[in-house]
Design a protein around this ligand. Structure first.
Ligand code: ADP
Ligand code: ZN
Ligand code: ZN
Length: 805
């Protein structure tokens, strides 16, 4: 007999195990185990999880161990995604196991209970013999039980025919999504007989049974109890008498079930929209891969173009993925897609519980939906007939994942689109320099929407020099102009948005006498002040401490916290504009699920005059009554050790400004800054992307940064400073010996955050144009150091890094 052997990538993220291992498929599972399924395999003394990547009939090894059991009834990764996993491994230099895991919803990684049930619309009678009885008496059977009874091979055969399916119940969330349902366990005739036979004193039980003779179908326990006006104890009694059966119905946890979506129809496109959509539709119709950069200011009608392109894709029987940044995945955005395509849309974002996310993912896997809208990881939506991939706000840095696998969603989108021969649309009002440069070089096809809908003017922007305010004796965080305008809006009953740029501007504690700053004892970075519990926290290692009353250095009492948090702004607003109603949105007020949405709805319904917040309010807001946007401090990001600081500042200021005057009422924007002369602030003021692009490109060229050069960042860390320096030195020398003379190799240098969690950090930054051997060289470095884990030295490599810390 021919052997059946599976190549398995095991869940042991280490250099030595980063390859497929051969396992024998036991005869009982012959023909049922397929590539893309997860299996449990013996590994040393342990039992671990792995992914089957392919099957074969021969192995070079003599003695093979056997697969213990499959974890899935059907593959969780299709062929395309398995190949994409290889691509991810190669391009981000990650372990294979990470590449596969990142493509799956968290529920498949968490602890869960696995149950098997009949597929939708399938009767137990079609099953093979022993299973028939099992499924006639149970709606679901436990995987563990099935294993113990040796039923799994039978289940697998049925699953392959599509008659059975597995469902996962995430353990932590069990209570939340399990709904108790009740249905009759006997036939209608028997039930009628029972009702007659019941003693009169068991009035309530009789009523419950009568309910079922009237409606002979499952009903949720809650509803039954309410309708019959009884208790669950009464129902339980009937369950015990084996007349009724109670079970946990797996209902889709629909995070949007409480909302109704007003259906919308495609709008007649404007001339410029028509010009822009033409080439996209053409690529869809001719099944052609092409990357489009849709460059249009906020409010220019990009989303309508996405919607109508998707419409075309759906009509052709294909599927679409739309990525939007997590923070702009607002109800408003979701409404636009649900409003147009209704139930054909699955939404994936971090606000959902693991179970909800899994359900959305499963709708995609089962081909019940045609469109996936979500944040970064939605790029792995398991569609098999993609017709378009859209990335809105393509310049957003959150599309880059900062842990293994360090992928950029844009690259993944393009890779998948090549496989499916379909277009990618990148949309932005402020495209990343990389994308705009590619469009200039005709690598991407540039499509422009030059003006806002109905030619509404962009809001008037005024830049206020805060240094002058200070000179004139105004020590408040509000300039006189901004305060006047806030008052004006209050009188007119119009709404204002105040934006506080918090990134890179943590609130720290400093001694006013000696300048002592409270740092984390484990990391070389200042602690962040949290007023809620008067705590200082380290955002890198989690260290916490109380705010001291006296300076530990000089014993001065003048130790205070500095920096402007949203709470502080809110307090000050309360003093200077006590009549204003303020809604504050930041990590503290939006931590709970649904609170983000609730606050926005309140604001939309006019329950507040001022919306105050951080980055999370910069995007996606589209409320007609907002006529003023104030940016409290425009330049806090400019001083970060990041070559993209100017670009990010420009993008953010432009985004925020776009929140004002999107409808009938004209908008005004006030930008307060300490660096009014900086070109990124100045040009955000005139909203001149093209000029900004030219200026910034010049600087990037001179300083050898992307898009002129590629970057790779090697970070080395160890508890001993000497060890780190020595190892980095060695790496730098090796790199220098390998690259061409066009490449720039910087280092060894201390990382901008030189110590995290008591580990010293050094880095080597490589800037290069064309180095055909780069990947190979970087792999060699990883191989060298990842093999040697005992030394405690950690080497990580980020190809195309977005954070140089
Ligand atoms: P963007 O995505 O570029 O910010 P939107 O697609 O949100 O722009 O369009 C801005 C506003 O204009 C929205 O309220 C949208 O409904 C409206 N709009 C878009 N296209 C049209 C059109 N062809 N006709 C009428 N209104 C439109
Ligand atoms: Zn001091
Ligand atoms: Zn720390």
């Amino acid at each position: 007999m021919k052997m059946e052997i599976a190549n398995v990538i095991v869940d042991v993220p280490a250099k030595q195990t980063d390859r497929a291992f051969d396992y024998l498929i036991p005869a009982e599972w012959s023909g049922t185990i397929q590539p893309g399924m997860r299996v449990i395999v013996p590994f040393g003394p342990r039992k671990i999880q792995g992914f089957v990547t392919s099957l074969k009939t021969q192995s070079e090894f003599e003695k093979l161990r056997e697969i213990i059991e499959p974890m899935d009834l059907e593959p969780v990764l299709n062929k395309e995604l398995l190949e994409l996993g290889d691509w991810l491994t190669e391009h981000t230099l990650c372990f294979k196991i990470f590449a596969f895991q990142v493509m799956l919803p968290a529920a498949l990684k968490a602890k869960y209970e696995k149950k098997v049930k009949l597929a939708q619309g399938v009767e137990a009678s079609v099953l093979s013999e022993p299973l028939q009885i099992l499924f006639e008496n149970n709606l679901m059977i436990d995987w563990e039980d099935a294993l113990k009874q040796g039923m799994v091979p039978l289940l697998l055969k049925e699953a392959a025919k599509g008659t059975l399916e597995v469902i996962y119940i995430v353990k932590e969330k069990v209570r939340k999504k399990q709904r108790k349902f009740i249905r009759p366990l006997v036939s209608l005739e028997e039930l009628k007989v029972e009702v007659e036979r019941f003693p009169a004193k068991a009035e309530k039980q009789k009523q419950v049974l009568s309910y079922f003779t009237d409606h002979f179908e499952p009903v949720e326990l809650r509803q039954l109890v309410a309708e019959v006006k009884t208790t669950s104890a009464t129902v339980k009694a009937l369950v015990e008498k084996k007349l009724l059966i109670e079970y946990d119905m797996e209902v889709y946890r629909d995070p949007f079930e409480h909302r109704t979506f007003k259906r919308t129809k495609p709008l007649p496109l404007t001339n410029s929209q028509q010009t822009a959509i033409g080439p996209i539709l053409n690529a869809i119709e001719t099944n052609r891969h092409e990357v489009f950069l849709l460059y249009g200011v906020t409010g220019s009608g990009k989303t309508e173009i996405y919607l109508q392109s998707i419409q075309e894709v759906i009509e052709r029987g294909q599927e679409a993925i739309v990525l939007v940044p997590e923070i702009s995945l607002t109800p408003q955005m979701v409404n636009r897609f649900k409003g147009r395509f209704g139930d054909l849309v699955a939404v994936l974002h971090s606000g959902l519980s693991a179970g909800e996310k899994y359900d959305e993912w499963r709708k995609i896997q089962r081909k019940e939906v045609k469109v996936a809208v979500g944040a970064r990881s939605a790029i792995f939506a398991p569609f098999e007939n993609l017709g378009i991939l859209i990335i809105d706000e393509e310049h957003e840095t959150s599309y880059k994942q900062e842990e293994m696998p360090r992928y950029h969603a844009r690259d993944v989108a393009i890779e998948r689109a090549k496989t499916y021969s379909c277009p990618v649309v990148l949309g932005s009002a402020t495209p990343s320099l990389e994308s705009f440069a590619r469009a200039q070089k005709k690598v991407y096809h540039l499509l422009s929407l030059p003006s806002r809908m109905n030619n509404q003017a962009l809001p008037a922007v005024e830049i206020i020099d805060m240094r002058e305010e200070l000179r004139d004796g105004n020590r408040s965080m509000f300039s006189r102009k901004l305060l006047d305008m806030l008052k004006d809006r209050l009188e007119k009953q119009q709404q204002s948005v105040l934006f506080l740029n918090k990134r890179g501007h943590s609130s720290f504690v400093m001694c006013r006498d000696c300048g002592y700053v409270m740092n984390c004892p484990n990391c070389d970075i200042s602690l962040t002040y949290h007023r809620v519990n008067e705590q200082m926290k380290c955002h890198y290692c989690g260290y916490e401490s109380h705010v001291p009353h006296q300076c530990p250095e000089c014993s001065s009492d003048y130790i205070r916290y500095f920096g402007t948090g949203t709470q502080k702004v809110e307090d000050e607003l309360g003093k200077i504009l006590p009549e204003a109603r303020v809604i504050r949105m930041d990590v503290d007020t939006t931590g709970r699920k649904g609170s983000h949405e609730r606050l926005l709805t309140d604001f939309q319904n006019g329950k507040a005059d001022i919306l105050l917040g951080t980055q999370m309010i910069a995007k996606g807001l589209d409320f007609p009554n907002i006529t003023l946007v104030g940016v409290l401090s425009a330049d806090t990001m400019l001083h970060l050790p990041d070559f993209r600081a100017s670009e990010k500042t420009f993008q953010l200021l432009t985004q925020v400004s776009g929140r004002a005057g999107r409808h009938q009422l004209p908008g005004e924007v006030i930008i307060q800054t300490y660096s009014p002369e900086h070109y990124s602030v100045e040009l955000a003021g005139t909203q001149d992307y093209d000029l900004f692009y030219q200026r910034e490109m010049m600087i990037r060229k001179i300083r050898h940064y992307p898009p002129f050069y590629y970057l790779s960042l090697i970070t080395v860390s160890h508890e001993q400073l000497m060890t780190v320096v020595a190892a980095t030195e060695k790496i730098v020398n090796y790199v220098r010996s390998q690259v061409s003379k066009d490449a720039v190799v910087l280092g060894p240098a201390a990382s901008p955050i030189p110590r995290i969690n008591n580990r010293y950090r050094y880095q080597c930054l490589i800037k290069y144009k064309r180095e055909p051997n780069m990947t190979k060289m970087l792999k060699t470095i990883l191989d060298q150091y990842q093999k040697d884990t005992k030394s405690g030295l950690l080497v990580s490599i980020d190809v195309n890094p977005f954070i140089l810390m």
